[in-house]
Design a protein around this ligand. Sequence first.
Ligand SMILES: Cc1ncc(COP(=O)(O)O)c(C=O)c1O
Length: 384
Amino acid sequence: MSDHTKLAHLSRDEQVLQGAVNPPIHRASTILFERAEDLYSNKTKRSYGIQGMSVHDSLREAFCTLEQAHSVVLAPSGLAACTMPLLAICSAGDHVLLSNNIYGPTRKFCQNQLTKFNIEIGFFDPESTNDIAHDIKPNTKAIFMESPGSLTMELTDIPAIVAIAKERNIWTLVDNTWAAGWFLKPITMGVDFSIQAASKYPCGHSDVLMGMIATGSKAADRVLQKFNADSGNFVSPDDAWLVLRGLRTMGARLERHQTSALKVANWLSKRTEVAKVLHPALPEHPNHDLWQRDFTGSSGLFSFILRPIPETQVLKLLNALKYFGLGFSWGGYESLAIHCDPQLTRTAPKWPDQGTIIRLSIGLEDPDDLIADLSQAFKTQTQS
Ligand SMILES: Cc1ncc(COP(=O)(O)O)c(C=O)c1O
């Protein structure tokens, strides 16, 4: 059965739905017990609202099917979904290796918070699998990847890194937000934790913050569930309902995001103002082979590098855009643009290109309108 069919039909427990198509928004903090004997027996499915109600179960089941996972834990934001498994698996004295292209706030969390607990941080080049064996230390506990990186779009050879990690009993984590669990299935590659900011494509409408962590094994599930139960993270049933609703149409949206983004990317690659387009589905992308091997498609997020111009000209170009909003989140129905250079904090290796990177999130508008918008914005470069 394809993911389209699965997402249309899964999580439809008739006892809960009672003939309706979508689940009710089930709100609870207190869960009542019929017998005092059961209060501390741990035999009941739920003993407190924080464990989630039927709408949470439905959403977890939907993500679990999509990611082909053992289990799923929901998180209050995509960032929380990145930080929770790291906190769950690491102890004082451990070392964590982070891909140099990971989402900036995840990087900051590791640098500012994990280090307070005497957890050491190191970075590896996302494109170089050979180097990672040298970066691993005897105390390396986890390797965190993001493929492609959501600003610079390099891909990592996930199966190769998983093989190296498994030999050494190191946990692997992948931020799978770009592929939305649709175009890449990290769990099937042996990854322990596949993470998504559900705020992006699963929600699809730019109005919910949520994250999800899919686990690849009983061991990964155990360590994450324990941390989750001890730390009190929770997702509101209203938000769970909205994300489940979004997931039902995500496949259809992603197909359009994909074709529109490719049309815009191909158009940009022919513009004289553009030095390079960073889109893994374009044959000229340096990691295109990996993309062809591991991914079944591409989403609506990609970047391009402008030929070097003064910053004032870059800002003028962005300000001239009419259909592209200027904003940091992405994966919604509306197109967005940002310039990324201030966020580039890479260390090994340093980012080699000179021009400003512009990142686009291509929404559901007509791609010809988006191209016309970019075309008129580029004219600001010839006007002083
Ligand atoms: C790749 C990636 N991971 C995680 C996140 C964090 O998601 P959230 O905004 O839900 O915290 C983002 C947000 O932009 C992201 O781009």
